[in-house]
Ligand binder design. Sequence first.
Ligand code: BGC
Length: 710
Amino acid sequence: MTLEEKVDQLIQLAVPFFEGASDAGQITGPMASLGITEQTVHNAGSVLGMAGAQETINVQRAHLERNRLGIPLLMMADIVHGFKTIFPVPLAIGCSWDLELAERSAEIAAKEAAVSGVHVTFAPMVDLVRDPRWGRVMESTGEDPYLNAEFGRAFVRGFQGADLAGDPDRVAACVKHFAAYGAAEAGRDYNTVDLSERQLREFYLPAYKAALDEGCEMVMTSFNTVEGVPSTGNAKLMRNLLREEWGFDGVLISDWGAVKELIPHGVAADEAEAALKSLKAGVDIEMMTACYTHHLADLIGKGEVEEALLDEAVLRILQLKEKLGLFDNPYRAADPEREKEIVFSAEHREAARELARKSSVLLKNDGLLPLKPSQRIAVIGPFSRSGDLLGPWSWTGSSDAVVRLSEAIRGKLSDPASLTVADGCGIESVTEEQLAEAVEAARNADAIVLALGENSDMSGEAGCRADIRLPEAQLELIRRVRRLGKPFAAVLFNGRPLDLHGVFEEANAVLEAWFPGSEGGLAIADLLFGDVNPSGRLTMSFPFSVGQVPVYYNAFNTGRPQGAPDAQVRYVSQYLDIPNEPLLPFGFGLSYTAFEYGQAELSSDTMTPDRPLTVTVRVTNAGSTAGVETVQLYVRDLSGEVVRPVKELKDYRQVTLQPGESQVVRFEIREEQLRYYHSDLSHSSDAGTFHAFVGSNSRDNAVLPFRLAK
Ligand code: BGC
């Protein structure tokens, strides 16, 4: 390869740059906008956002005709929670606590994407999230490092399978965004992240590491700074930690434009410096800017960077192409005929429906739910007839194919004609006519379903909100409906934990549906009518109000903790106007049945590294409906060298119990689960006192003291 050919292998360009793509040339003067030549496009190593069997075949074919060495393009795309069959958003998938289904969702996404010509997906996103103002919390599985790591692994297994090279129905995964993008200050996208290295290692890094341990082929940088240096130019983070310490030798790609963004960040004066810093930091592929293309050859010529660094980057990209078999078959699984059979198949849609049922979380229920087929139901609200149930990052999905909530509910009624439907308001606007229509629709109803939420543009990338209540128009609709004195259930479609003022107290029942995906309407109706018993549990706290955020369960205590707010007490860690506790804690979720916990027991009050403890608890379904309970085990270290979280999730079990059935749930506590990062960053456990907690969420649980002896 010539020097130019090597450098160009490092650029990633979006679809419209390529001959053979249906939108080729749609970027006006595409070469001009990035300042690259046609030759660079012919030499480019990868494409971003390409999908569709025939289209990818066309583009690859045209590329191979023009590329002097016949090096195939890598086709990469954001297949985040499904391809055509859209699954619930990742935050919702997290709330299922169901790793098998999560893996299956990624496997299906991979299969649909692969047959449509995609080779690499920009997923999983495993950024730990604590601030619901940040729009991208919906892309994560939540606020817990252990659970995020487990989900990260499950997604990688699902995307890549056990034999990526030999299984063309899988795609390579790219874990993102390295690192700590979720800690953006003030919940504003792309904002500064500044954490101690201990925080970073303990809370933020484990999920990326877990994904890599599972064999994830690629890593994407993040937009934010880490310890003052933007990730994309951060040699300590990438070169030292990711590559040397963790031994990652796969492809590292910048996020969109992030190489050039080193300039506005203020750590590179120009494109050349941005290119130099990024390559030195270890970034192989530059996504959608051309700093490498413009400057690497020159920088190498001047001796400012060794050609060996470029060679390493090129080699890693070529190795991934080889692993995917592209040198033997550059089209891999792309097949227009098979695509028709596989994509959006009934089997895939059924899996999406199952996951949507498991991802929704019942937040409140005074007995209104489940609804009865004999009831006269009014479905009111901007999501009654909306197809906007797919959520952000569903560009390959089709909202036209979504069964509307009102129609799914109609299908449950003994007298379908008794259903009344009204929008009641828009997402952010309301008129008197709409309100009057809503009141009219509710007039003869026995019960009302209010379908409320945020549209998909209100979360996702660049979808940050400072006020995370429902928009005022919808709160007004709730007030009007409430005046009718009829019972109503609020069903929420949204991408973040909301401040539920104006909803939670007012409604008789609240079901958090998130963005439930292609089959979401049907799945939510299944839950509302009790054909399926809700079993989702929150993986991100719902704040009492936005003034608390970030609020998360695995926080540190203060020296002056305060449980309930008390105006009589001063000089304690509390607000004068709101509680410290979130409205709904991590792990929380209701069911149509009641689970009772017996006395939890420890096998001994002392453990050693060789002698783990066993925790047992009997859980009984004391209600009259079968249900799934998620039994959670937490631990607190009371004699840490540094302060330790008040609770840390260590394990959980999901048990299905018939009415009256009970089961003894058993956990082991092992010494390695008690290890943490000390002030010198060593990772070990300390002898001393601990508490174990067993229960149905991070708040309501039994305390069991024990000691670790060494
Ligand atoms: C996002 C990434 C995404 C990339 C490519 C960026 O703006 O931050 O998550 O993978 O675009 O679409």
